[in-house]
Design a protein around this ligand. Sequence first.
Ligand code: PTJ
Length: 252
Amino acid sequence: MLRNIPENHPRARSLQIRELLVEGFRNGVVIEEGLIAHGRGEAFDYLTGEKTTEEALKAMESAIALMMLAERPVISVNGNTACLCAREIVKLAELTKAKVEVNLFYRTYEREIVIEKLLKANGASRVYGVGSRATATIPELMSNRRQVDPDGIYSADVVLVPLEDGDRTETLVKMGKKVIAIDLNPLSRTSQKASVTIVDNVVRAMPKMVELAKQFTNLQKDELKKLADDFDNEKNLEKSLQHILQGLKSRD
Ligand code: PTJ
């Protein structure tokens, strides 16, 4: 049961998101550690001004172009993302012809099933990576995330990984895949290792990416290629960091 947050509370949106996550935890979608991870994200969101920056938008454009150009794009879904953006995950998958795969750090079969149900309730026709379907192993990776679907993440050429831990991003890149991360912390290993990092809150980034995917369906292949190629992740991350620093300085 979601607690009632007064609409005129100065931090209403942030409190509503917390309530969603707490409910997701009670329903078995989110793990305890997911609540802690969200707290870290909130701190960076606060420092970024709780708005989508120009840099994040540029990264999203490149990311959507990459997904649309990909032959086997996959959206990797964990507990927090499923809880906060199930509908947008499914919509984005439809628009970019991506597969949706459940891939959990704190993996249990029960959570995989609950998340699969949530995605299906939001319109997903097929969910990859659940239970015995995750028969492939990502080499060199020690976490539970290493078990993946051979027809999903394992054979993907582009993988979108919202709220990720750094070692898998690094390994997927080593496997020759393009990795798109959504992470509010521009300094995290995930952010640093991904091919494209969107420094934004998933609750803002995912709906915006759906919007962009709708717009980009009219673009030609060479226009998409230009958007995908004209992007430098290192420079973009540096600008995201500068954005935080400038925001802090301007409070002097
Ligand atoms: O559902 P599971 O079992 O796969 O577990 C998911 C978590 C998130 C618990 C797991 O992947 C984890 O421990 O992640 P980390 O290593 O804590 O990293 C989470 C990253 O996501 C941090 O860099 C946070 O700043 C960032 N983050 C947290 N909330 C958001 C976010 N980034 C974007 N939007 C958010 N809402």
